[in-house]
Design a protein around this ligand. Structure first.
Ligand SMILES: C[S@@+](CC[C@H](N)C(=O)[O-])C[C@H]1O[C@@H](n2cnc3c(N)ncnc32)[C@H](O)[C@@H]1O
Length: 338
């Protein structure tokens, strides 16, 4: 996003929520799946999706301007980008993240000024110790959440494959690995690896579905547990992605300590999150940090230096950190010392 430097760009920034809401609404009404194969005109779209034409024409034309619909002779069709990333079931689907952004996150952001005053989260779900139990107890919410996770990690997984020489290792576990998409992608690319996902027991059925989808059921094992309470498996490589930012600094230290307790000398730790760069701050990571602070009691993004301090104080040697070329994550690599 360009710097705001005149009245016109200030006014434009003041309505920057509107393009986001157009996207959120298109995903919510199921527009892209409805227009993935056959073009349709305004009337057909309205009757198919139960929409009122009064606002819908401008809504569709705005999506044409945004590049998410194509329009020819008054008929609309999902653009190639929308078909690839916004139609459920596609490998690159990111609609789960858009759905959560349009509801949970959007509502929390409406109370940013209150959060700045009191420092408290503003999501309309309780972020207490039972939050995950309630989430996974409701299959519909669980699927939306897990799809949101998949959308956030689908770009990361192939890049993690480049971060270390996986041929030198035999086993890995993804700590807080959700339904296992990262583990499945890593295992699929490295057939010699035995993989694992450590997450709450309730995630297991969703993990089984993903393993069946990727054909990695024989290669990746599910380890049920709570990483604050239960020991982690002893493996060569640990992945902790989009997890530390959900917790307070002392909880992040505890998670890394628990990895350290399970690791062997030479085990590698890969941590990825939208890490902050104090010298060259970027808006996307800062938005990510505010977002997680708005929905959790202790969460925020953090700098490489902070993360380096946590791992070095837990028996790891810092090896390197770099921003991944695609997306907005930074990965830190450390090795368990003897
Ligand atoms: C924000 S998601 C990140 C998922 C995945 N690593 C990714 O990059 O998309 C956090 C994950 O950690 C899991 N998790 C949270 N607290 C946990 C705990 N105490 N023990 C085990 N898993 C936990 C959640 O169930 C969820 O799958």
């Amino acid at each position: 996003m360009d710097k705001v430097d005149d009245a016109s760009s200030i006014l434009q920034l003041g309505t920057a929520f509107a393009p986001a809401k157009i996207l959120h609404s298109a995903v919510e009404v199921g527009l892209f799946e409805a227009l993935q194969d056959e073009p349709a005109d305004l009337g057909q779209i309205c009757s198919k999706l139960g929409l009122n034409p009064r606002l819908t024409r401008d809504f569709l034309d705005a999506l044409v301007v945004l590049g998410l619909l194509d329009k020819e002779k008054g008929r609309y069709l999902a653009s190639e980008t929308a078909r690839k990333f916004l139609v459920p079931g596609q490998a690159g689907y990111v609609g789960g993240r858009i759905k959560i952004g349009g509801k949970l996150h959007y509502r929390a952001w409406q109370s940013l000024a209150d959060a700045l005053r009191d420092g408290l989260p503003k999501a309309d779900i309780d972020a207490d110790a039972k939050a995950y139990e309630r989430l996974y107890g409701d299959p519909e919410r669980a699927r939306v959440f897990l799809s949101h996770m998949d959308a956030s990690n689908v770009m990361v997984a192939p890049q993690l494959d480049e971060c270390i020489a996986w041929s030198e290792y035999e086993s890995f576990v993804d700590v807080g690995g959700a339904r296992g998409q990262v583990a499945a992608i890593l295992a699929g690319r490295n057939k010699h690896l035995r993989g694992g996902v450590f997450d709450f027991p309730a995630v297991r059925p969703y993990f089984d579905e993903i393993m069946a989808q990727y054909g990695t059921a024989e290669q990746v094992t599910f380890h049920p547990g709570d990483f604050f309470l239960n020991p982690l498996p002893s493996v060569d490589v640990y992945v902790i992605g989009h997890v530390l930012h959900d917790w307070s600094v002392s909880e992040r230290r505890q998670i890394i300590e628990r990895v350290s307790a399970a690791a062997r000398p030479g085990s590698v730790l890969l941590i990825y999150d939208q890490m902050l760069d104090e010298d060259r701050p970027d808006l996307q990571s800062l938005i990510g940090s505010l977002n997680v602070a708005l929905i959790t009691p202790g969460g925020s993004e953090y700098t490489v230096a902070e993360c380096r301090d946590w791992v070095e104080n837990s028996g790891f040697r810092f090896l390197r950190a770099h921003r991944l070329p695609v997306g907005n994550d930074t990965v830190l690599v450390a090795e368990r010392t003897a």
